[in-house]
Design a protein around this ligand. Structure first.
Ligand SMILES: CC(C)(COP(=O)(O)OP(=O)(O)OC[C@H]1O[C@@H](n2cnc3c(N)ncnc32)[C@H](O)[C@@H]1OP(=O)(O)O)[C@@H](O)C(=O)NCCC(=O)NCCS
Length: 160
C-alpha cells in the first residue's frame, strides 16, 4: 500500500461510500440511509481505511457504559489478507480501551471462518450462541467477547 492510504474516523458524509462497501461485502447490506442515520447516535462510531480511490475498509462500533460492541467490519475484496481487518479491529479496541471500556462483544455467522479466525487472533472467545439468528440463511450467530482490561493486555494479548 502506498502513502496515500490512511485510517480516519468516519462521519455521516461517508454514508454513500459505506453503503457501497456494505453492498460489496454483505448479503444483508445496510442501506445508505441506515448508514447515515447511525451517525445520529452519540454511541456510534466508525473508522475507515481510505486510499486514492476512496473508502476500502471500515469498522463500526457501538459504545455503551463500559462495553464496546463491534457492529460491522468489512474490507473490500481486493484488499483482503493484507492485515487491514486485523489493524482496523485493533484500532477500535484501543480506542475503546482508552475510553475506559472494560469489554468488547460481537456477533458473527457460525460459517464465517475468515471473520472468526480474525476475532480469535484478537483473543475473542465464544460466550454464547443465537440459533437461526440471520434472516437470509437461518444461520446461527456466535457471540464472542473479550476483556479490554489489564490482564488481557499483557505481552501477546494487546491490540497491536
Ligand atoms: C473478515 C474480513 C473483515 C477479514 O479482513 P482481512 O483484512 O482480509 O483480514 P486480515 O488480512 O487482517 O487477516 C487477519 C486474520 O484473519 C484471519 N483470516 C482473514 N481472512 C481469512 C480467510 N479468507 N480464511 C481464513 N482466515 C482468514 C486469519 O487468521 C488472518 O491472519 P493471517 O493472515 O495471519 O492468517 C474480510 O474477509 C471481509 O470483509 N469479509 C466480508 C465481511 C465480513 O464477513 N465481515 C465480518 C463480519 S461483521
Amino acid at each position: 500500500m502506498d502513502s496515500s492510504w490512511h485510517f480516519r474516523r468516519l462521519d455521516a458524509s461517508d454514508a454513500p461510500a459505506l453503503h457501497a462497501l456494505e453492498k460489496a461485502c454483505f448479503t444483508l447490506p445496510w442501506s445508505e440511509e441506515q448508514c447515515r442515520a447511525a451517525f445520529g447516535s452519540a454511541a456510534f462510531a466508525a473508522f475507515g481505511l481510505e486510499g486514492a480511490d476512496g473508502l476500502a475498509a471500515y469498522i463500526s462500533v457501538y459504545f455503551t457504559a463500559d462495553e464496546v460492541e463491534v457492529l460491522n467490519l468489512a474490507v473490500s475484496p481486493e484488499l483482503r489478507r493484507r492485515g487491514v481487518g486485523y489493524r482496523l479491529l485493533g484500532l477500535a479496541l484501543r480506542t475503546a480501551a482508552k475510553m475506559g471500556m472494560q469489554k468488547a462483544v460481537l456477533e458473527v455467522r457460525v460459517g464465517n471462518a475468515p471473520a472468526r479466525n480474525l476475532y480469535e487472533r484478537h483473543h475473542f472467545t465464544v460466550v454464547g450462541k443465537r440459533p437461526r439468528y440471520y434472516a437470509d440463511t437461518g444461520e446461527d450467530a456466535l457471540i464472542y467477547a473479550r476483556s479490554l482490561t489489564a490482564p488481557d493486555t499483557e505481552k501477546g494479548k494487546d491490540f497491536a
